[in-house]
Ligand binder design. Sequence first.
Ligand code: SF4
Length: 290
Amino acid sequence: MQLIRILTNDSGASKLVWDAGDGRSFEASAFVSRSHDASSHSAGGVVCISSQVGCNVGCRFCANWRLSKARNLTHNELVEQAIVARTHLPTLEQVSVTYSGMGEPLHNIRAIVSASNELCESHGFAYASLSTVGIPNGIRKLAEIRPSTHLFLSLHSTEDSVRRELIPSKFCFPIKEVLLEAKVYASITNRKVKVSYLLLPGVNDTSRNATQLAELLDSKFFCVQVLLWNKIEGMDFKRSSRQEADCFVARLVELGMPAFVMESSGQDIGGGCGQLADSFSAISPRTTSK
Ligand code: SF4
């Protein structure tokens, strides 16, 4: 792997691009977290790394939906990404690593677990977290082999039909099944699972949607992070305003569901949530939807 590009913005966020050595590329970002939730990975730096080159899931709102088949990144590629990305942060008391870049981390669970162990035990990372679309047997396995991992679950809707529109993939499992595994994970780890909810105007952003979300989730096991969509060329989703996201969160909180807004720091350099991709790939992108 070879670092081929580094982009930075005024807020200090960085995006790094590596040549994977096989005609493809992968990306990571580093930023100081702006989460408004004191219990989340907020007070410090975050390096967000890719777990795969490409992704086989194909979420409609993500830069990776149109990429060709994924290959897993190796243990060494994961560790090096995190260590190099961290050098682009200021000196901070706490830096965590999150597998929220390209790829579905639970499709590369062995390497994720071994890399997380090395990063936390030998390189001073505070903890590791991962963001999954919700692979039930992967969540179960993670609970068995590395329950110290913080889990983020991408839900985005309380209705299977809407969720399938956003994640039109065989890896989009029924909500009931996914939440059941996530609940078990929260019980085993004694730590709430953070449910990611990408707020999309006209899709899932009404007060009724917030009520349904609060009714679906048990606040004993879950809290909600509301995400704003980061612009990706060629996609026609709209981005909610910060005020709309705050209103959505306020409704959840009013109904007893802990929630907060998570804003990406590197969206202007293509380093925000959903933007990390195989930008320099020489391989043809996926041409048909899944
Ligand atoms: S959001 Fe995650 S799982 Fe979905 S296509 Fe993008 S990288 Fe893959």
